[in-house]
Design a protein around this ligand. Structure first.
Ligand SMILES: [Zn+2]
Length: 278
């Protein structure tokens, strides 16, 4: 199976969002926003899997429309103080897939790890795909309460009507629930809440190797190994549990760990480099 890393531009966030914040819940978030240190621009990855059952896309990256004045709500503290996007039109996922000979119109399944703007920003390219998102995430992201939480439901395409994932009590390693996507049983979704309330991850098994598409479970492989809760997770305990389960998984299986904003993720994919742990 071929797996492609598609980088849809870059995002800079506060260092304490990436490396772990100070304080619990909203206090931690406020401390992150007040942090004066920015990360370097980080990649925004989406992933395309050429699976025998059809093209599978994980996340959609960000849109170049973010450069339009007023695209982000200026009244929202996170958009005012927390993040900067750098996306050119040709960096959107649609044009990049077209260029690679994998037209977005041919995608069978689009799985969203969560609905933050830099994962859902490219939705407009996928009107034909079956889109999967966790029910919790969709509910938390919708409507004005969703906008207060930092989601942009007002930017979703009018046709956006995702299939809401209902996790089954089928354990996958340390994850007590899962949702099988392919007939072959080689690709499943697992709940990894914390960074956002309905965050999920995708596990693909191919030739004895696991590919763990982690979304924002951690920002880098190192912060997974160090079990660092990021500086925007409101529910630290839940985030900690997802980090612990993910670490347990990658320690038990040879795994290539692919978070969305790890500058080294695409190289690890190319080099087929497993998580190395002590
Ligand atoms: Zn996120």
């Amino acid at each position: 199976m071929r797996i492609h890393a598609i980088q849809t531009g870059q995002v800079a966030v506060k260092k304490s969002q990436q490396q772990g914040g100070r304080g619990d819940g909203p206090i931690g978030l406020i401390n992150t926003l007040l942090d004066s240190d920015w990360t370097e621009p980080l990649p925004i990855y989406a992933w395309v899997i050429e699976h025998p059952e059809g093209l599978i896309v994980i996340d959609t990256g960000e849109t170049a429309r973010t450069a339009e004045p007023g695209y982000f709500p200026g009244w929202h503290p996170y958009y005012r103080w927390g993040a900067r996007m750098f996306v050119e039109p040709e960096e959107e996922i649609g044009p990049q897939m077209e260029q690679s000979g994998l037209p977005a119109g041919e995608v069978r399944w689009l799985v969203l790890t969560h609905l933050h703007t830099d994962h859902a920003g490219g939705l407009a390219h996928f009107p034909q795909a079956q889109i999967l998102v966790s029910g919790t995430e969709y509910e938390q992201a919708s409507g004005f309460p969703g906008r207060l939480r930092g989601y942009l439901p007002n930017r979703w395409p009018g046709w956006f009507q995702p299939h809401l994932v209902d996790f089954q009590p089928d354990p996958v390693g340390p994850f007590p629930e899962s949702y099988p996507l392919t007939q072959a049983g080689d690709l499943c979704l697992v709940p990894t809440p914390g960074h956002s309330p309905g965050h999920l991850s995708v596990i693909l098994q191919d030739h004895g190797l696991s590919y763990f598409f982690a979304g924002d479970v951690s920002y880098t492989e190192q912060t997974l190994l160090d079990q660092v809760v990021d500086g925007v997770s409101l529910d630290r305990q839940t985030a900690q549990q997802s980090l612990a389960r993910t670490l347990e998984y990658v320690q038990a299986q040879p795994t290539i760990y692919l978070p969305s904003h790890d500058p080294a993720a695409a190289e690890r994919l190319t080099a087929q480099q497993h998580v190395i742990h002590a």
